[in-house]
Design a protein around this ligand. Structure first.
Ligand SMILES: C[S@@+](CC[C@H](N)C(=O)[O-])C[C@H]1O[C@@H](n2cnc3c(N)ncnc32)[C@H](O)[C@@H]1O
Length: 210
């Protein structure tokens, strides 16, 4: 067991409540983008959430009428997610590098965990095999060359890509009007790209060409 996985085990209890200053706003906006960015999801579609943590994001997706399946490699996170979701969604212990859902899913998500994929290109290829509509994940452009990530997606057959800056802060709760302005700024083009040079992430929706 690595120090990082021991750390996740210790942090599993109330991970969502402690990680997000305003979990409803942060995970709610993330869920909106999972639905609307790229090919649209419809109520009843199943979302596989890899590295799901304590399943906090599951609440936001279930609230939008989607079905949810969580997978995480830390047993304590899986236990917390099962207790949070209380039978409303399956949660399994598994590694994002080799997990395969029992049947194909409409969408696969991976949030704050891209760096755990052993080999990114192979990971995208595997996800593309069991994902019918899109893969949605976040990426920090100061940590990763976006053109390299896009090249890996293309190689996996996921060449239709939409990128959206994500400006709901993780550790600060904003008053509602400021939050609305932050979300509006996500579509501001050059201004949004400037902000991304210093903070924040992109959400990426990748799918096959129609
Ligand atoms: C930073 S947390 C993100 C949790 C959640 N996705 C979120 O956005 O709040 C990273 C999660 O990845 C999980 N994890 C780390 N390596 C993994 C792997 N190889 N397969 C599946 N889950 C993994 C950890 O247990 C932890 O729950």
């Amino acid at each position: 067991m690595t120090e990082k996985s021991r750390q996740y085990a210790r942090q599993a209890k109330e991970w969502t409540e402690r990680s997000y200053a305003d979990a409803t706003a942060y995970l709610g906006h993330r869920a909106e983008l999972v639905v609307s960015l790229g090919p649209r999801l419809e109520p009843g579609d199943e979302v596989l959430d890899l590295a799901c943590g304590d399943g906090g994001f599951g609440e936001a997706l279930l609230a939008r009428g989607l079905r949810y399946r969580g997978v995480d490699a830390t047993p304590e996170m899986v236990a917390q997610a099962r207790s949070r979701l209380r039978g409303r969604a399956p949660v399994e212990l598994g590694d994002l590098d080799d997990y395969e859902p029992p049947v194909p899913v409409a969408a696969t998500t991976l949030f704050r965990a891209l760096y755990y994929a052993r080999e990114r290109r192979a990971f995208f290829r595997r996800v593309a095999e069991y994902t019918e509509r899109k893969l949605v994940f976040d990426v920090n452009p100061r940590q990763y060359r976006i053109d390299y990530v896009l090249a890996d997606l293309r190689e996996a057959g996921l060449s239709r890509v939409e990128l959206r800056p994500f400006f709901v802060p993780q550790t600060v709760a904003l008053p509602r009007p400021v939050l609305a302005a932050a979300v509006a700024l996500e579509r501001s083009g050059p201004l949004a790209r400037l902000a991304l040079r210093f903070r924040f992430t992109y959400v990426v929706a990748a799918s096959r060409e129609a």
